[in-house]
Design a protein. Structure first.
Lengths: 337, 1049
C-alpha cells in the first residue's frame, strides 16, 4: 500500500516537471531538463530511503530471532502474569480412569437350598435382614423323614433373596441367598488399549458420581479371556464395604493407579508448548527466556517427567508460557483476507 | 458564441440574475442532499457472502461450502474476480464487481445463484450476504456495560451473557430501525443458551446416548396448532402448548422408562444457563464488554445517520435496567463535523480574506461584493454538480478548492471593467449613459476574458492525468480533480454571465479611475524595478534559471509520501498473535494491552474487537484483535502541542512492552479500508494456484527462494496457511468393523459431545434461546476425558472413543484462501533500490527457469506493480498529450509559438516557490502537493497570458517594444497583484490551520502560496525582460487580428 502511492506521486511530480521541462525547452533554456533528470534520480533515492527504513525494522527483529532469547522486564513479567518455577524431582502418578459396576463379591454369596425337600414350616428372616453365621433362616419338614430341621445361614451377611414362605413345598429350589457385602467387587471392562496396563495388585480409587463418595481398593483379578461382543476383559477390584455404602448394581468411576514413579526432573504440564512440532519448555537464563526442546517421559495430570533438555534446578516458565511462545512467533502473525 | 452570450447577459441582466438565483436555489437544495463524509470512499463494488458453519474446520468449510458458493457465482456478469476464505466455522466469499456496477443488481444476481447452491449444502447451513455497506459503513460503535456492583432482578450480577441478551433483544432491534442503518453487528458477551450437560457415566449406567437425550428434548418442547372445530355456530381454534419455559421444566422431561421407572433429564444431566462457543469477544478498558456496531447503508449521509443512531441510543439507554449503560464509544459525526468544520473555516476565512483584498485593491465596495458573490454561487453550483454525479463532499473533494483561484477570472474581469468604466467617465467628464455603460462593460469583459478562459482550461487540462488514475488512487483523487474542475467551470460560466450582468447593473455611480493608495505605492515601487528588470534582463534571466535548478535540487531533497493521511483523531491498533491462539488467551492478552494504556493521559478509552463478530464482515481469527484507541480532545491533553505521531510512538512503545503481540497501528477508517480492499499489498505478489495445500506450500517456498536471489528483493514472505493446532479424531475402520459401528456413529457422538447439539429452543416472551446438549465443560476441555468418550454400541454397551479412533494433535491449515475458484498461495516481495519493471521481469524469468510446478498448477503475477504499470502507461500517454494540448491552447490564443512559449516559461518559475514553500515548512512531496503544483500551472498561465496579451495589444497599436512592455506591465500590475493576493490569501487559512483534516490541505496550500509569490515576482520581473529578448529581433508590430486571442472565441 505504501510504496505504490509514492510511485504514483513520483509520476505526477515527474509529469509536472516534464511540463516544466517542455516549457523551458521552448524558451531554449537547457537548465530545466537538467532539473527533470535530477528529479528522476532523486525519486530513486527516496525509494531507497524508504526501503532502508523498512530494513532497519526487520533487522531488529532478526536479531531477536537469531539469539532466540526473549528479554522481559520485571514489570512485563508481572503484567503478563508469567510465573517461573524450578524444575525438580516429583512423583508421577500415572492413572487410568475407567468405568465399572459394583457387584457382590461372588466368593461371599451363598445360595441356600434345602438339604431335604419338604414343607416350609416357618421363615424367620426377610430380604435385607442381617444374619450371622449359623443363625436360623427357616424350618423345613422333610418329606421323607417328616422331621423338622433348621436351615441356617452358612455365613454372616445380608439376605438378598428369599424364595420361601411357610406352607410351600421347597422342591430343589434355592430358598435364600445370603451375601456378605462387607466386601464388594467392582467389575471393570478393560478395552484392548488398556489391557496390558492393568495388573493384579494395582491400587484403585473408586468414585461415585452421584454421591461423591470415594474409596480405595485393589485390582484382584484380570480375566484371562475376553468377551467377544464388546472386545473387553473384565478386571475386578476388591472394595471394603463394611459400612454398606457401595450397593451392587451402581455405576462407578474407577481410577487405576498404574504406577507411582519418583522422577528426578519434572515440570508442570502447563509449561509444555509446541514449537515447530517440537515440545519445548521456556527456560530462564541470564540473557532472557529461550525455548528449550525437551524429551518428555511419563506424565500425570499435573506434571511431566523431563528425560532430556532440562536439569534439576533449571528455572522454567510454569505459568502463562504461551505468552512467550506468542512473543517468539509474533513476527509471523499476520492478517490475510 | 462567447460574444453572443456576453451580449445577452448584459442586455438581459435581470433575467441572468434571476437565473443565477434559480441556480443558487438548486444549489441549496442539492446541499441538503449531498452525502457528507470525512474521507472519500475507496471501497470497490463488492458483495460478501458469509456462511457460518459452526464446528466445521477450514478444510470442511472449503469443501462443503466455499466451493459450492464459488461455483454458483462463477460466470456472473461484471464480476472482476472472486476471492474466498475458509476458516474455522466460517466461509467468506467476496465477489468484486467492476466499478460502477449497481450494488443492488449485483446482490440480486448473487441471491439467485445462492438459492441453487444452498440445496447442495449440508442441512442447516445458510449462506447470506454481508450488509449493503462500504468501508465507511461502520459509523457508530457503542458498548453495553454494567456499573460495578449492579445486580439483575434475580440478584445475579450483570455478566457478559446478560448484557448480550439485552443487546440482542432490546438495543439492537431498536437501532436497526433507524433510517440509513443496514445492520447492527454485535460482538462480545455470550449468547444465552440453555445447556443440558449429561454425565457420561450416568448415560452409560442407563444405557442411553446423547441422541436419546436430544430426541427426548425435541419431542417434548413444541406447541402445536391443531386446526379448529365448529361448535354451535362458533369456531374454536385448537392449540396445544407444549413448550418448556424454564430449567425446571427441562429437567422434568422424560427420556425413557426402565423397569417402569421413568428416567428424566434430571437423572442424567445438569441443566443450566451456559455459554455459547463463540468466535469473537469485545473488551473495553481492560474488561469484557458487549460492542454494537451500527453499519450505514451504502450512499447514505454518514453524519445524519450517525447522529440519528446516537439520538436513538440515548433514548434506548434510558429504558435499560438500572445499572446498565449503553454508551457510544465511536461516533463518526465527531470526525465528520471536525473535518467539515475545518474545511468550512478554511473556506470562510479564505473568502473573507479574498473580499478584504478585493475591497482594498479595487476600492469599490460594489465591485468587490460582485466578485465575492462568485464564491458562494460557484460553490452552490458545485454542490449541484456533485449531487448529480454522486460525488460525496469530503476532505479530499473539497480540500483542493481555493476561493482565490475561483474568483481569479472574475477579479480580472471586474478589475478591467472598473478600469475602463473609470477611463470612460474620465474621458466623457460625466456619468455614462446606460448604453455607454453596457458597451464599456462588454468591451472590457471581452478584452480580458481570454486569459481567464485559458487559465481555467489549463487547470482542467493538467487535472486530466489525475482523472485517469485507476483503483484506489483514482477513487481518492478523482473527486478532488472533479470538484476543482466543476468549481472552475462554474466560476467561468459566472464570470461570463453573472459578473458582466451584475457589473452592468450595479456599477452605476461615479467610478474613481484614480487608484487608491496601496496601488499607487505599488506602482511607484514597481516602476524602477521594472526599469531595472529590463536593463539587467540577461543576468536576471540567468538568475532565474539558476534558481529553477536550485529548486529542482531542493525538490530532490524533500521527502515523499502518498497523501498525508487524514488524522481521524483516534488510533486503531490491530494486535496480531500467532495463529492458534485461543480466544480466551487472546482476550487475556488484549486486556493486558488495554491496561498498558490505561494511564496514558491522552487516551480517553480503548476498546477492541477480538475475533469475528456475529455478522462476519471482517473474518478475523481469534488470534487477532482490532483495537480502537479513542483520544481526548487535543485541548485536554497535558501537552496540547504534542503531535499525533509522537503520541502514536509513545503508545506503540507502551504496547511493545506487553509481550506476545505484533501490531499494526493505523486509524479506524483506514483499518477498515485495508480490510475491505485487501488483495496483495506488496510490490510483487506471485500467486500459485493448485489443488493440494502441501504442494502449494512447496511451490511457494521454492518461489520465495528464487525471489530472494533476485537483486532488490526485500521482505519475501510466503503466505501463512498452516499453524492452526488441529485435533484430528481419525476413525479406525478396522476397530469400527469389529464393533459394528459406522463412522457417522462416532462422529455424531463426538460432535454432540464437544461442539454440542442443538435440541430446540426455549422461548421467553419474544426472546428465544437455544437448548443445547453438550458435555460438561470440565470434561469437554479435558483431552483424556475425550479419549474415554463413550460410543454406544448397537448391541448395547459402549466403547471408548480412543478404541475406535486415533486422536492426533498436529498443526493443520489455518485458513484456505482461494481466488477465482481455485486454491491459491501468495508469495509477496517488496522491491528496493531498483526499478520495479526490471525486477519483475527478472523475477519472472528466474521463477520460470527454477521452479517446476506439477501439472495442474499455475502462477500469476500481481501486486502493486500491476497498478503502477497501468498508471505509468496512462500517464506516459496522457502527460505529453496534456502538455501538447496546453501548448496548443496557448498557441491558439496568441497565434504565435513564441508567445505561447513565453507564457509557458512562467510555469517552472511558479513551481520553484512551491518547492521552497515545502522545504521551508518541512513538508514532504505528496499527491496533494502535486495538486498544488497543478493549480500553480493555472495561476502562472493566467498571469502570463494577462501580461503577454497586454504587451501584444500595445505592439499591435504600433508602440515600440520597450514602451509596449513598460506600459503593458504597469497596466497589468493591479490585476496580477490581485490575482496573486486572492489566490494566496484564499489558501492562507488552509496553510496555517492545525485542526482535524488540515494535514491533507496544508501541503497543497503551502505549495500554492509559495508558488504564487515566486510566480508573481518572476512574472513581474522576468517575463518583461524575456519578452524583450524574444521579440527584439522583430520590432515590426504583429497583426492586430491575432491580438488578445480572437481565435479562441
Amino acid at each position: 500500500m505504501k510504496t505504490m502511492p509514492i510511485k504514483i506521486a513520483r509520476l505526477l511530480l515527474t509529469a509536472a516537471l516534464l511540463t516544466l521541462a517542455a516549457g523551458c525547452g521552448e524558451t531554449g533554456s537547457p537548465a530545466t531538463d537538467g532539473t527533470a533528470v535530477q528529479e528522476a534520480g532523486h525519486d530513486e533515492k527516496l525509494g531507497e530511503e524508504k526501503g532502508e527504513h523498512d530494513e532497519d525494522g526487520h533487522a531488529d527483529h532478526d536479531e531477536e530471532e537469531s539469539s532466540g532469547a526473549i528479554k522481559l522486564t520485571p514489570q512485563q513479567l508481572q503484567s503478563a502474569a508469567i510465573e517461573v518455577a524450578a524444575a525438580g524431582p516429583t512423583t508421577i502418578r500415572e492413572r487410568l480412569p475407567l468405568y465399572g459396576v459394583v457387584a457382590p463379591n461372588a466368593e461371599h454369596v451363598l445360595e441356600i437350598t434345602p438339604r431335604f425337600p419338604g414343607v416350609i414350616r416357618s421363615v424367620t428372616k426377610r430380604v435385607g435382614d442381617r444374619v450371622r453365621q449359623g443363625e436360623a433362616l427357616a424350618k423345613v419338614e422333610s418329606n421323607e423323614s417328616l422331621q423338622i430341621y433348621t436351615l441356617t445361614a452358612p455365613l454372616s451377611g445380608v439376605v438378598t433373596a428369599r424364595n420361601a414362605n411357610p406352607g410351600e413345598q421347597t422342591g430343589e429350589r434355592v430358598l435364600f441367598t445370603v451375601a456378605d457385602l462387607s466386601t464388594v467387587w467392582v467389575e471393570v471392562s478393560l478395552f484392548p488399549r488398556d489391557r496390558s496396563r492393568v495388573q493384579v495388585g494395582q491400587a484403585v480409587r473408586v468414585k461415585s458420581g452421584e454421591t461423591g463418595q470415594a474409596a480405595d481398593g485393589k485390582v484382584v483379578y484380570v480375566a484371562p479371556f475376553g468377551i467377544a461382543s464388546n472386545q473387553t476383559l473384565t478386571a475386578r477390584v476388591l472394595l471394603d464395604n463394611t459400612d454398606g455404602r457401595w450397593a451392587p448394581g451402581l455405576y462407578v468411576a474407577v481410577d487405576v493407579t498404574l504406577a507411582e514413579t519418583p522422577v528426578r526432573v519434572a515440570v508442570r504440564n502447563v509449561a509444555l508448548q509446541t514449537l515447530d512440532e517440537r515440545t519445548v519448555v521456556f527456560t530462564q537464563g541470564p540473557e532472557g527466556f529461550r525455548p528449550q526442546p525437551v524429551e518428555v517421559g511419563r506424565s500425570d495430570n499435573e506434571a511431566t517427567e523431563i528425560l532430556g533438555g532440562l536439569k534439576a534446578g533449571d528455572r522454567y516458565v510454569a505459568g502463562n508460557s504461551f505468552i512467550l511462545k506468542a512473543e517468539l512467533g509474533k513476527g509471523e502473525a499476520e492478517h490475510e483476507h | 458564441m462567447i460574444d453572443a452570450l456576453l451580449r445577452f447577459s448584459i442586455a438581459r441582466r435581470w433575467v441572468v440574475l434571476f437565473l443565477v438565483l434559480v441556480v443558487a436555489g438548486a444549489g441549496i437544495w442539492s446541499y441538503q442532499r449531498l452525502p457528507i463524509d470525512a474521507v472519500p470512499d475507496i471501497t470497490n463494488v463488492q458483495v460478501q457472502i458469509n456462511t457460518s458453519a459452526p464446528g466445521y474446520s477450514p478444510l470442511e468449510v472449503e469443501q462443503r461450502i466455499t466451493y459450492l458458493v464459488e461455483t454458483a457465482i462463477a460466470g456472473l456478469p461484471a464480476v472482476e474476480y472472486t476471492r474466498s476464505l475458509s476458516r474455522y466455522g466460517l466461509s467468506q466469499v467476496t465477489v468484486v464487481f467492476a466499478d460502477g456496477t449497481d450494488i443492488y443488481f449485483a446482490r440480486n444476481l448473487i441471491n439467485e445463484r445462492l438459492q441453487q447452491a444452498k440445496t447442495q449444502m449440508p442441512a442447516g447451513i445458510e449462506p447470506g450476504m454481508g450488509p449493503i455497506a462500504t468501508g465507511l459503513g461502520e459509523i457508530f460503535l457503542y458498548s453495553v456495560d454494567a456499573k460495578p456492583g449492579a445486580k439483575q432482578a434475580d440478584g445475579q450480577p450483570w455478566d457478559a451473557t446478560a448484557l448480550r441478551t439485552l443487546q440482542d433483544w432490546v438495543i439492537r432491534p431498536q437501532l436497526r430501525l433507524v433510517p440509513g442503518v443496514t445492520e447492527v453487528n454485535t460482538i462480545g458477551g455470550y449468547e444465552k443458551q440453555f445447556h443440558v450437560t449429561p454425565d457420561p457415566a450416568r448415560l452409560l449406567a442407563f444405557g442411553l446416548t446423547f441422541d436419546d437425550v436430544v430426541a427426548a428434548l425435541e419431542n417434548n418442547n413444541a406447541s402445536v396448532g391443531a386446526g379448529y372445530v365448529e361448535q354451535n355456530g362458533e369456531q374454536y381454534l385448537i392449540r396445544s402448548p407444549g413448550q418448556v419455559g424454564d430449567i425446571a421444566a427441562v429437567e422434568q422431561i422424560i427420556v425413557t422408562h426402565r423397569d417402569g421407572i421413568p428416567i428424566s433429564i434430571r437423572d442424567l444431566a445438569d441443566v443450566g444457563l451456559g455459554k455459547q462457543l463463540r468466535s469473537g469477544a469485545a473488551t473495553h478498558d481492560g474488561k469484557e464488554t458487549v460492542l454494537g456496531t451500527a453499519v450505514m447503508l451504502i450512499g447514505e449521509n454518514s453524519r445524519t445517520v450517525s447522529a440519528a443512531v446516537a439520538a436513538r441510543l440515548a433514548e434506548v439507554a434510558k429504558t435499560l435496567p438500572e445499572g446498565v449503560t449503553a454508551e457510544p464509544v465511536y461516533d463518526r459525526t465527531v470526525l465528520v463535523d471536525k473535518t467539515i468544520a475545518t474545511v468550512r473555516n478554511n473556506l470562510l476565512e479564505g473568502a473573507v480574506l479574498v473580499v478584504a483584498v478585493l475591497l482594498l485593491m479595487l476600492g469599490n465596495v460594489r465591485a468587490a461584493l460582485i466578485t465575492a458573490l462568485v464564491i458562494p454561487l460557484s460553490m452552490l453550483m458545485l454542490m449541484t454538480g456533485m449531487v448529480a454525479t454522486k460525488v460525496s463532499a469530503n476532505l479530499m473533494s473539497l480540500g483542493a478548492l481555493d476561493f482565490g483561484l475561483i474568483v481569479d477570472g472574475a477579479v480580472i474581469i471586474v478589475e478591467n471593467c472598473i478600469l475602463r468604466l473609470g477611463e470612460r467617465q474620465h474621458q466623457m467628464g460625466r456619468l455614462l449613459t446606460l448604453d455607454e455603460r453596457l458597451n464599456t462593460v462588454f468591451n472590457s469583459t471581452r478584452e480580458v476574458f481570454t486569459p481567464s478562459l485559458v487559465s481555467v482550461l489549463v487547470v482542467i487540462l493538467v487535472n486530466l492525468p489525475i482523472l485517469a488514475l485507476a483503483g484506489v488512487e483514482g477513487k481518492m483523487f478523482q473527486p478532488m480533480a472533479f470538484a476543482v474542475i466543476i468549481a472552475l467551470l462554474a466560476a467561468l460560466a459566472l464570470s461570463l454571465t453573472f459578473v458582466p450582468a451584475a457589473v452592468a447593473l450595479l456599477l452605476t455611480g461615479h467610478i474613481e479611475e484614480k487608484e487608491n493608495r496601496i496601488m499607487r505605492v505599488a506602482r511607484q515601487a514597481y516602476t524602477p524595478v521594472l526599469d531595472g528588470a529590463l536593463r539587467f534582463r540577461v543576468p536576471i534571466l540567468a538568475g532565474a534559471v539558476a534558481f529553477v535548478i536550485l529548486c529542482g535540487w531542493l525538490g530532490s531533497r524533500l521527502g515523499s509520501e502518498f497523501i498525508p493521511s487524514l488524522d481521524e483523531g483516534d488510533l486503531a491498533v490491530q494486535a496480531l498473535r500467532i495463529p492458534g491462539t485461543s480466544l480466551t488467551q487472546s482476550l487475556e492478552m488484549q486486556f493486558q494491552l488495554e491496561r498498558a494504556l490505561a494511564d496514558v493521559p491522552e487516551v480517553k478509552t480503548f476498546f477492541s474487537r477480538v475475533g469475528t463478530a456475529e455478522v462476519a464482515t471482517d473474518p478475523m481469527p481469534p488470534s487477532i484483535s482490532d483495537g480502537y484507541v479513542m483520544l481526548h480532545e487535543r485541548k485536554d491533553w497535558p501537552d496540547p502541542d504534542k503531535t499525533k505521531a509522537e503520541l502514536a510512538l509513545e503508545i506503540e512503545e507502551r504496547l511493545e512492552a506487553v509481550p506476545g503481540n505484533a501490531f499494526e497501528i493505523s486509524q479506524p477508517i483506514q483499518l477498515r479500508f485495508n480490510e475491505l480492499i485487501s488483495g496483495v499489498r506488496s510490490d510483487l505478489g506471485v500467486k500459485v494456484y493448485g489443488d493440494d495445500l502441501g504442494q502449494l506450500l512447496i511451490a511457494g517456498n521454492q518461489i520465495a527462494e528464487a525471489l530472494n536471489e533476485v537483486p532488490g528483493a526485500e521482505g519475501v514472505k510466503v503466505e501463512q496457511v498452516e499453524g492452526l493446532p488441529v485435533l484430528a479424531v481419525e476413525p479406525n475402520r478396522a476397530a469400527l468393523y469389529r464393533y459394528g459401528l459406522n463412522v457417522a456413529d462416532v462422529q455424531d457422538v463426538l460432535a454432540a459431545a464437544t461442539g454440542g447439539e442443538e435440541a430446540g429452543q426455549i422461548f421467553e416472551g419474544d426472546q428465544r434461546f437455544s437448548l443445547v446438549v453438550r458435555l460438561p465443560e470440565e470434561l469437554r476441555s479435558d483431552l483424556d476425558a475425550l479419549e474415554r468418550l463413550a460410543i454406544p454400541l448397537p448391541a448395547g454397551g459402549y466403547v471408548p472413543l480412543a478404541e475406535v479412533a486415533t486422536l492426533n494433535l498436529a498443526p493443520g491449515p489455518n485458513q484456505i484462501s482461494r481466488e477465482n475458484g481455485k486454491r491459491r498461495l501468495v508469495v509477496s516481495a517488496n522491491v528496493r533500490g531498483r526499478d520495479l519493471g526490471g525486477f519483475v521481469a527478472e523475477a519472472q524469468a528466474k521463477i520460470d527457469s527454477e521452479v517446476r510446478l506439477p501439472p495442474g498448477y499455475w502462477l500469476t503475477y500481481g501486486g502493486t506493480f500491476e497498478q503502477l504499470q497501468s498508471a505509468t502507461e496512462r500517464l506516459t500517454l496522457l502527460v505529453p498529450v496534456t502538455l501538447v494540448m496546453i501548448f496548443a491552447l496557448l498557441l491558439m490564443t496568441f497565434g504565435s509559438a513564441r508567445d505561447a512559449a513565453l507564457v509557458f516559461s512562467g510555469v517552472p518559475l511558479a513551481l520553484t516557490g512551491g518547492v521552497i514553500g515545502l522545504w521551508l515548512r518541512g513538508i514532504p512531496l505528496s499527491i496533494t502537493a502535486g495538486v498544488g503544483f497543478i493549480t500553480l500551472c493555472g495561476v502562472s498561465v493566467l498571469t502570463g497570458v494577462v501580461m503577454v496579451a497586454a504587451f501584444r495589444d500595445r505592439l499591435a497599436q504600433g508602440q515600440t517594444i520597450d514602451d509596449a512592455i513598460r506600459e503593458g506591465a504597469m497596466l497589468r500590475l493591479r490585476p496580477i497583484l490581485m490575482v496573486a493576493l486572492v489566490a494566496a490569501l484564499g489558501f492562507l487559512p488552509m496553510a496555517l490551520n492545525t485542526s482535524t483534516g488540515a494535514e491533507v490541505q496544508r501541503p497543497l496550500a503551502t505549495v500554492v502560496i509559495g508558488g504564487i509569490i515566486s510566480s508573481t515576482i518572476l512574472t513581474l520581473l522576468v517575463l518583461p525582460g524575456l519578452y524583450r529578448m524574444a521579440w527584439r529581433a522583430r520590432p515590426e508590430p504583429i497583426p492586430a487580428a491575432v491580438a488578445t486571442g480572437e481565435s479562441v472565441a
